[in-house]
Design a binder for this molecule. Sequence first.
Ligand SMILES: NC(=O)c1ccc[n+]([C@@H]2O[C@H](COP(=O)([O-])OP(=O)(O)OC[C@H]3O[C@@H](n4cnc5c(N)ncnc54)[C@H](OP(=O)(O)O)[C@@H]3O)[C@@H](O)[C@H]2O)c1
Length: 252
Amino acid sequence: MSSAHPKVYLISGASRGIGYALIEQISQRPNHIVYAAARDPTNAVALNKLAELRPGAVKVVKLVAGSEEDAKLIMAQVRSAEGHLDVVLAVSGVALWQHYAPVKDCTNESIMEHFNTNLIGTVSLYRNAYPLLKAAPRGAIFMPMSSTMASITKAGEYAFPLCGLSMSKASINMLVRNIHLESEEEGFIVFPMDPGWTQTDNGNGNAKACGMSEAPTKLEDTIAGVLKVLDAAKRETHGGVFLNYRGEVMPW
Ligand SMILES: NC(=O)c1ccc[n+]([C@@H]2O[C@H](COP(=O)([O-])OP(=O)(O)OC[C@H]3O[C@@H](n4cnc5c(N)ncnc54)[C@H](OP(=O)(O)O)[C@@H]3O)[C@@H](O)[C@H]2O)c1
């Protein structure tokens, strides 16, 4: 890649877990710039340290999922500094394992919390990023984090009734199909990613709620897999396809 054209990423959920680990890896690559979007940048200690270590490669920005104001400020900053976005990864999300309940017992508040962060946060990020993705060379990527629990085909294979999570992640999959079909002219590469049951606060919290000591998938394996998929992504092969971190096609 020519030094005149850095590859520009925007990644949400940057403070910890999968989002932080992706930023840590991507920002090591020469000529890559990552806008690292955290809900509360002042308390994102590790992220701020990384930005200090890699000035120019990691730029910390604020994004509360679904905040139009935050998203607009980020896009204005990216537009004036870079002019485009090559890759947007919508990683921020919640899985409120404290709310495990079958549908007959789950609350509207719990369902809305999952939908607000997981779905509305992702829609808002895409809508605001659209002009900058369009301004990129053809083949800009938008990849939201989905989950095995989004798969209607696989429902019943997991033991826990986390209806707010599964419904909100299934809605992300439909969102992605819509964006894929709408963006043929723009040539966007849009697909949902199942990162596997990964050793993060989220994944380990779920594992403990199921009586396990930790989640089965190492964070480094998830990150290596997700990056391999991203690096190979083409609209013809990946666009509108539900993929996991091993690059396998997941059933809807
Ligand atoms: N780990 C797994 O096993 C697994 C499996 C399937 C899918 N996923 C998905 O992968 C993504 C990353 O998960 P993870 O395991 O890395 O989770 P994590 O360690 O719990 O990190 C979640 C991230 O999302 C951010 N976030 C949560 N609510 C937010 C809000 N309202 N506004 C802005 N940011 C918010 C958190 O910010 P704060 O630090 O400010 O809270 C944090 O950066 C999520 O979308 C998750 O659903 C994970």
